[in-house]
Design a protein around this ligand. Structure first.
Ligand SMILES: Nc1ncnc2c1ncn2[C@@H]1O[C@H](COP(=O)(O)OP(=O)(O)OP(=O)(O)O)[C@@H](O)[C@H]1O
Ligand SMILES: [Mg+2]
Length: 262
């Protein structure tokens, strides 16, 4: 009897570690007569970094917009923390989005606000924080995290593209989201800044056990951040595995994506 209980607990703790945070099955999405997502299947486990590779226009961004409920899929299963995103009300989606950080392809800072104000915004508006000392402390913590403490009182227009991207990341992580969806976090950055951002993504995963999907064309970024890689082509994932597994793939398309990575 005792042994049975122990086994049961053991199994339970196994499932805790293997908790599926994002579950996607048979997902389809068309715009007009253009079938963008044909059959997307993906389970992302807690604390896992999944990198999505794929050519332009394949539906990578559309997939993550479905995950946060910005787009409604036509068919298929899509759950986040076990809840069906496609059935959520606006209020429920709002609650969900507090737990999901979304780093947009374009960065999207408020140009009329200083860096400090940009970072304060999600704390006061989303988390409804009121304690100014606590707010200041969070702002300092994330700015230090992205290496831009001295940019606190600058306007976004006074920053370089790489710095804006880092502030965008700081704004995403300041609410301590359980999931972060990165849409091309290193695009348009020089190799050194790209590497810094990639390493930051890895640090966040380790420090906060964040679950992430990282869309990238940057193989260095994939190499640094990925626990698992999926390759998207024509509305489907055509290959899936660790970097090592991908490097041994016979698939020509996969090979062409990974040619420069090793
Ligand atoms: N809201 C929308 N309305 C109509 N068509 C859309 C919409 N969003 C995306 N699409 C179309 O869906 C297709 C996939 O777009 P998506 O942005 O997901 O590509 P992507 O894989 O992220 O490409 P990239 O690597 O260039 O960012 C494109 O043909 C795009 O024009
Ligand atoms: Mg995109």
């Amino acid at each position: 009897m005792e042994k049975e209980t122990a086994q049961k607990y053991h199994r339970e703790s196994d499932t805790m570690e293997d908790e599926v945070v994002i579950h996607i099955k048979g997902l389809k999405k068309s715009f007009g007569n253009k079938e963008v997502l044909k059959n997307i299947n993906l389970d992302v486990k807690k604390g896992e970094n999944v990198v999505v590779l794929g050519r332009s226009g394949q539906g990578k961004s559309v997939t993550i917009q479905c995950i946060v409920g910005l787009l409604k899929p036509d068919e298929g299963e899509l759950t986040v923390f076990g809840e069906d995103v496609t059935e959520m009300s606006d209020d429920e989606l709002k609650q969900l989005r507090i737990k999901i950080g979304f780093l947009f392809q374009s960065g999207a800072l408020y140009d009329s606000m200083t860096v400090r104000e940009n970072l304060e915004f999600p704390l006061t508006r989303v988390l409804k924080m009121k304690d100014q000392a606590e707010i200041d402390q969070r702002i300092e913590e994330v700015l230090e995290g992205v290496g831009l403490l001295d940019a606190m009182d600058k306007m976004p227009s006074d920053l370089s593209g790489g710095m804006r991207k880092r502030i965008g990341l700081a704004r995403t992580i300041i609410v301590k989201p359980e999931i972060i969806l990165y849409d091309e976090p290193t695009t348009g950055l020089d190799p050194i800044t790209s590497r810094e951002i990639s390493e930051l993504i890895l640090t966040l995963q380790k420090k906060y056990k964040t679950t992430s999907i990282i869309i990238t064309h940057d193989l260095e970024c994939a190499k640094i951040t990925a626990d698992r890689i999926v390759v998207m082509n024509e509305g489907e994932y055509i290959a899936e595995g660790t970097l090592e597994e991908m490097l041994q793939s016979d698939n020509e398309l996969v090979k062409s994506f990974l040619r420069d990575i090793s």
